[in-house]
Design a protein around this ligand. Structure first.
Ligand SMILES: C=CC1=C(C)c2cc3[nH]c(cc4nc(cc5[nH]c(cc1n2)c(C)c5CCC(=O)O)C(CCC(=O)O)=C4C)c(C)c3C=C
Ligand SMILES: [Fe+2]
Length: 432
């Protein structure tokens, strides 16, 4: 079907439509963009200036977050960290199969170009139709007609990539990128843990996120293989304090005391790796801890309200800390049980440790025993894992919540800085 057959015009009043830089009045569909005289032209316009670029830098937040709009791909930091959390997640960890460094570098370049297009709401390569009938189309097609949906694609590099005799990266391995220590209560499944690369796809439309991971996996065929993946819904953290705090599957407001995407000072102090931290290639990046945490919702649902509130140290309705009236009131830790989650996780109990939490709920069917296989896919970004996740998770060994949860998957990735422009690519500073 020719592109001109597409009836989708998507004229909406939302900001940051990539097809009409400068106007900010339309959010065109992918096919409409292709039909308006070339996807490359549209992407070039978005990269060169106009409404999308006006939000660039990877620091854009809720203020820029109109559902359906595009989040700029280029910037000092990768989008998908400080970005206002989108509704849906598709996260994939990959094993690198190729032994050829040049082939891996070419893949990262190809992924970058594809990510630029998909985050701008465009189809991959030459699109999903209209090309050579003898060849499979470049794009799988299921996102045609959908809005960019604030898709962000964030890449990470796992410890295995830096192994000796692999890609010549052993001297470039950040000292913080080691295997995480074993924590009390861990019941980790190797098939749900680790990975050489990861891509976090977040979008307000699940099909857009799934399309993005599927197309990256397709481009990587023969060079990388998906090791494990995770779908998420119902964000469990917010990076936008003025928005309503979301609830987790235990019914509690989650993310109240998170680092806000607008809090530049806290991001600099706790999230972004600085030039002095080293290595140089990671400056402007971060570290991501991913944990699949099973939540025994059936047991929780038989627990009294008082016990539930004692466990978190917060009220279930408003989310207020024990003894306080409002959600955002400062917690008074001595009023909470010493084994309550919030008391143990609070920076005061952990030498000031803070991280930017960006997790999602998941339900993956049932476990064969009639219980939901549900939980929290915990994602936390930090500048230094040994001053962020590690001390907090050690402190949580005494957490009363542990009776109801179990960590079953784990991974750690170094998150490189942002892709600066259309000549740059994911991992350039690492591999150059
Ligand atoms: C190691 C880090 C953390 C893990 C793992 C973790 C698991 C986990 N958390 C909840 C629910 C809530 N957590 C809340 C606060 C909170 N949690 C962590 C860290 C981990 N949580 C921190 C750093 C904080 C903030 C502490 C503070 O500064 O006060 C809350 C309260 C609301 C909030 O502030 O976000 C809830 C609710 C679950 C269900 C869970 C594992 C499944
Ligand atoms: Fe928590």
């Amino acid at each position: 079907m020719p592109a001109s057959d597409d009836k989708q015009t998507a004229a909406t009043p939302e900001a940051a439509g990539p097809g009409e830089p400068g106007t900010g009045t339309r959010t065109p569909s992918r096919r409409a963009l292709l039909g308006w005289g070339g996807a490359g032209l549209a992407l070039g316009a978005a990269a060169a200036g106009g409404t999308v670029a006006a939000l660039s830098g990877g620091d854009e937040t809720a203020t820029a977050a109109a559902s359906g709009s595009a989040v700029p791909f280029h910037g000092a930091h990768q989008a998908g960290v400080a970005t206002a959390v989108q509704d849906r997640l598709h996260f994939a960890a990959f094993d690198v199969k190729t032994k050829d460094r040049a082939e891996l570098v070419q893949l990262l370049k190809d992924w970058t170009r594809a990510a630029e297009r998909m985050t701008a709401g465009l189809a991959v390569g030459e699109g999903a139709f209209g090309g050579l009938p003898e060849a499979p189309p470049d794009d799988t097609g299921e996102a045609l007609g959908l809005k960019p949906s604030r898709l962000t694609l964030t890449i990470g590099f796992g410890p295995g990539l830096f192994a000796k005799d692999r890609f010549g990266l052993e001297d470039r391995r950040p000292k913080g990128l080691a295997e995480l220590p074993k924590f009390s209560g861990d019941n980790l499944d190797p098939a749900r843990s680790g990975g050489d690369l990861c891509v976090q796809a977040c979008a307000d439309d699940p099909q857009v996120a799934v399309h993005a991971i599927r197309n990256l996996a397709r481009i990587g065929f023969g060079k990388v293989a998906v090791r494990w993946s995770q779908l998420g819904f119902g964000k469990t953290s917010s990076t936008t304090p003025d928005a309503q705090t979301p609830r987790n599957l235990f019914g509690f407001k989650d993310g109240t005391r998170n680092i806000a995407g607008t809090d530049g000072a806290a991001l600099t102090k706790h999230v972004w790796v600085s030039e002095n931290d080293g290595p140089a290639w990671l400056a402007g990046g971060s570290y991501l801890v991913a944990r699949r945490i099973r939540m025994n919702v059936e047991t929780w649902d038989r627990t009294s309200l008082q016990e539930q509130e004692d466990i978190f140290g917060r009220d279930k309705g408003k989310g207020a800390p024990v003894g306080k009236a409002k959600e955002r009131d400062e917690p008074f830790l001595p009023a909470m049980l010493p084994t309550s989650h919030v008391r143990l996780a609070h920076p005061t109990s952990n030498g000031g440790a803070r991280m930017l939490r960006r997790g999602y709920s998941f339900t993956d069917g049932t476990d064969g025993l009639g219980r939901l296989d549900a939980g929290l896919f915990f994602l936390a970004y930090q500048r230094d894992v040994d001053k962020g996740f590690v001390p907090v998770q050690r402190s949580l060994a005494r957490d009363d919540l542990n009776e109801y949860i179990q960590h079953v998957g784990s991974a750690l990735f170094a998150i490189p800085p942002g892709v600066r422009d259309t000549d740059d690519w994911w991992g350039r500073a690492l591999f150059s």
